[in-house]
Design a protein around this ligand. Structure first.
Ligand code: F6R
Length: 612
């Protein structure tokens, strides 16, 4: 949520900042801005624009700032306080115009701080909570910019990732973190900062991740990290393992489509070295759990938000099926406030693509406090949740840039199944049964390829339904979480109102909404409840609702209900959600494309939700 970028070095900063903002646009795209600090140090050059980064580029072209400036910060905004407008866009400046600040997070006590400052004559130019930070830094005592920032943050409650420049200290960027991610990098004579390390891919040679309470001082070619109390902190920098090509579209019309098509490789990377076919189990070294510890677990609580939550629900089914461990899922946003019952023999499995989601992080902290064994499944290496949990599984899905999650979902399902398999093998699952699960997991990349090959056909089916205003997705068993995920994909990128339901639940109310204009996407691959799902489809057809079926290849039964069938290869029911969800992703993608929606940057959304 909100992208922060900064550069100080021997080269012009502007192009670095604009490129970094473009790479982070998925974090927020209401408005964008830059502040450049020239070598002469006489003034800051600020440019801001409403809309996405291309609007900022236009503003920069129309009114060029000091292009030779070698130090600057930039921001792309996801509005929380104050509407998207130029006056609310970052950077915000201090009353003297000498200090500029960009901020990601929420200052909880901003109203109180603002009132206090206003009482002493401060005039504010925006409706944001962030602007108070610029005023506080200017007011604060200190011999260096870092000391002023540390002092300014003392009364601040809430979350922040900030970057600050001042024309009184040319070439210096001070950054600080509490609850919002910040990575700092170096390359030769340059130092840089970003709220997402992907923005530094191909730019930084080495990167370090700040922890809460850290303040970093960047100067050309180096950075040092200190605490808010100004004592040195060791944050070693390591090489950044992100391929710059992974953050480009690579010939695809949208990042989302590219990422859908990357899923076979994403799964291969996720599974690589982790399946042991001869032993019928999995190896997940990052869990750091021995068989005794695994065998002593009495229950599992899975927690996550959004798409990750739906993957987590799939995991609950797998934990119970393979390992026989009582398992349940909790909305991460509820977890902390519900005061849930967890104990030392509870494993809390948190799922997060970004590893930065505020609610999931809060759930992880609460579970740690209560003494549970906390495990994380994250995609972004070094992310806060992964570090706080300390044990877990990285997805290795590669960077996800499209706002709608795709490849992370599939890899989360694969990681959860591997975890369930591993736990199952310490309990009731035999080697032979485990080998069946291993084989099914190994087949997932091929299952996905088989669906990708139907892209054109799915686009044709989508044409028939692209003008619908409402849709239902139904499924049973493992297809129930898949139905929830399919509905979420459709609504978030196409803005078609869609609901995911257990197929049996329709008749308990929502069936009242069915009519010829309301299509039902029925998830009906072969499996134990196939016949029951067919009966539910029959109920929909009896209400004249058109049906799009996602079914096993050459299933004769499904043809009685519809000709709009997307086929998935035969596979065990516990893995069928993988190809089914790919079909749903492509369906949602094509509906959104045909409706002309901005697929990679849906309205009101942001990729990494770092506020509660
Ligand atoms: C939907 C989507 C969101 C995220 C949710 C949690 O496509 O991407 O629902 O899944 O915001 O994000 P992470 O997984 O980063 O914790």
């Amino acid at each position: 949520m909100c992208g922060i970028i900064g550069f100080t070095g021997q080269a012009p900063a502007l192009s670095f900042l604009l490129d970094g903002l473009r790479r982070m646009e998925y974090r927020g795209y209401d408005s964008a801005g830059v502040a450049l600090c020239g070598a002469s140090g006489d003034r800051l050059d600020i440019r801001r624009a409403v809309g996405n980064v291309s609007e900022l580029e236009k503003a920069v072209a129309e009114n060029p700032p000091d292009r030779s400036a070698r130090c600057g910060i930039g921001h792309t905004r996801w509005a929380t306080h104050g509407a998207p407008s130029e006056r609310n866009a970052h950077p915000h400046v201090s009353p003297s115009g000498k200090i500029a600040i960009v901020h990601n997070g929420i200052i909880d006590n901003f109203a109180e701080l603002k009132a206090r400052l206003a009482a002493t004559g401060h005039v504010f130019n925006s409706d944001t909570d962030s602007e108070v930070l610029a005023h506080l830094v200017e007011e604060a005592a200190g011999n260096t910019l870092a000391e002023k920032v540390m002092a300014a943050l003392t009364p601040v409650r809430g979350t922040y990732g900030i970057a600050v420049v001042s024309c009184d200290w040319p070439g210096v960027i001070v950054v600080a973190r509490k609850g919002s991610p910040i990575a700092v990098g170096i390359a030769g004579s340059a130092a840089m900062v970003a709220s997402d390390p992907a923005a530094l891919a191909g730019r930084a040679e080495r990167v370090a991740y700040l922890d809460d309470g850290d303040v970093a001082i960047l100067t050309p070619g180096s950075f040092e990290v200190r605490s808010l109390a100004n004592t040195p902190v060791d944050r070693p920098a390591s090489p950044l393992d992100i391929d710059p090509a992974a953050v480009e579209k690579g010939g695809f019309e949208h990042f989302m489509l590219k990422e859908i098509f990357e899923q076979p490789e994403a799964l291969e990377n996720c599974l690589r070295g982790r399946l042991l076919p001869d032993e019928g189990t999995a190896k997940l070294s990052g869990l750091r759990l021995g068989p005794r510890e695994m065998a002593s677990l009495c229950n599992i609580v899975v927690t996550a938000c959004g798409t990750s939550y739906y993957a987590g629900l799939h995991g609950v089914y797998a934990f119970e099926q393979f390992a026989g461990i009582p398992s349940r899922i909790e909305q991460a946003a509820e977890f902390r406030y519900r005061n849930p019952i967890v104990s030392p023999d509870t494993a809390l499995v948190s799922l997060s693509q970004s590893g930065e989601t505020a609610d999931t992080l809060a759930a992880v902290r609460e579970a740690k406090r209560k003494g549970a064994l906390v495990l994380s499944i994250c995609n972004v290496v070094g992310s806060t949740i992964a570090r706080e949990a300390g044990r877990g599984v990285y997805l290795h899905a590669g960077p996800e840039i499209g706002v709608a999650s795709t490849k992370a979902f599939l890899c989360q399902v694969a990681a959860l199944e591997m975890m369930a398999l591993l736990l199952g093998r310490t309990r009731r699952l035999s080697g032979a049964e485990g080998a069946i699960v291993v084989k099914a997991l190994e087949s997932t990349p091929e299952l996905v390829r088989a669906v990708l090959a139907q892209n054109d056909r799915i686009a044709t089916i989508a044409e028939k339904y692209a003008s619908a205003n409402d849709a239902f997705f139904i499924g049973r068993g493992y297809q129930y979480p898949a139905a929830l995920e399919g509905a979420l994909k459709l609504k978030e990128i196409s803005y078609v109102h869609a609901e995911g339901y257990h197929a049996a639940e329709l008749k308990h109310g929502p069936i009242a909404l069915l009519e010829p204009a309301v299509p039902v996407v029925a998830l009906a691959p072969q499996g134990p409840e196939h016949d029951k799902t067919l009966a539910n489809i029959q109920e929909c057809r009896a209400r004249s609702a058109p049906v799009v079926a996602i079914a096993t290849e050459s299933d004769p039964a499904i043809r009685a209900f519809t000709e709009d069938i997307i086929e998935v290869p035969p596979c065990p029911d516990f893995i069928a959600a993988v190809p089914v969800v790919v079909a749903e992703q492509l369906f949602a993608y094509h509906v959104a494309r045909l409706r002309g929606e901005p697929i990679d940057r849906p309205r009101n959304l942001a990729k990494s939700v770092t506020v509660e």
